[in-house]
Design a protein around this ligand. Structure first.
Ligand code: DC
Length: 228
């Protein structure tokens, strides 16, 4: 059996973590886990069950209902991993700005993080996994063999996100997307529970000015080095 490792990819929102992680998982035959999708699923649950308004989250009820929230991943016929919430495919529902905003709020709650981290650690028990998020290298898998910390300027990330949303036909302005990116960065970095930060042993990669192909090659080299 060839050696299997855990790859942790952390970084700011919309800096291409998932593209990078998915591709590495595909080419290496590893499992890919998008932990942001799990926080988004909890956010969607809160919205659909009236537990979250613009100003408040009913944390007490959410905590009681955490055991009713079942999140899983399934690979569809095109090989794309999709997230399911209590048996429903919510992959497209969770990709809206409202759900993303809610996700950054629910992800500040200690009991939500504790439960999702527990599930993530179970998924990685056998190794052979690429996981992306904000706290993978620091909290979920502090012993991961390969840790990357991705960054890119807020303007570049907002532009990428804006292009993606426009392509999906969403009616949104670049300014709104940029404001949202900045607001989420602020929450991710400044929350008390597992704030976003680079693990001491993570390799930092600023992809503001490199092509996807260059990025892919850097990751491939780093990954192969770890398998030696
Ligand atoms: O990566 P994303 O945009 O899908 O993440 C959604 C939100 O969830 C984001 O605001 C940060 C949070 N998150 C987190 O706190 N920890 C993770 N491991 C993954 C995401």
């Amino acid at each position: 059996m060839s050696k299997k490792i855990v790859v942790a990819i952390d970084g700011y929102s919309s800096c291409g973590k998932s593209t990078m992680a998915k591709e590495l998982a595909r080419t290496s035959g590893y499992i890919y886990v998008d932990t942001g999708a799990m926080y988004r699923a909890v956010s969607l649950y809160c919205i659909e069950n009236g537990l979250m308004t613009d100003t408040k989250i009913d944390a007490e009820t959410l905590e009681k209902q955490m055991s009713d929230i079942h999140i899983s991943f399934q690979t569809n016929s095109s090989g794309k991993t999709e997230v399911f919430l209590n048996g429903e495919n919510v992959e497209s529902k969770i990709r809206t700005l409202i759900v993303a905003n809610g996700a950054s709020r629910v992800s500040a709650l200690g009991f939500v993080r504790k439960e999702l981290v527990r599930q993530q650690q179970l998924m990685g028990q056998q190794k052979g996994i690429v996981m992306d998020g904000r706290d993978i290298g620091t909290v979920v898998f502090p012993d991961a063999e390969l840790k990357l910390f991705l960054t890119a300027s807020p303007e570049i990330r907002a532009q990428r996100r804006y292009d993606e949303m426009k392509a999906k036909g969403e009616n949104i302005s670049y300014e709104d997307v940029l404001a949202n990116v900045i607001e989420r960065d602020d929450r991710d970095v400044n929350r008390a529970e597992s704030p976003l930060r680079k693990a001491d042993d993570a390799i930092e990669l600023d992809n503001s000015n490199i092509t996807q192909e260059e990025q892919r090659n850097i990751l491939k080299t780093l990954f192969e080095e770890k398998l030696l």
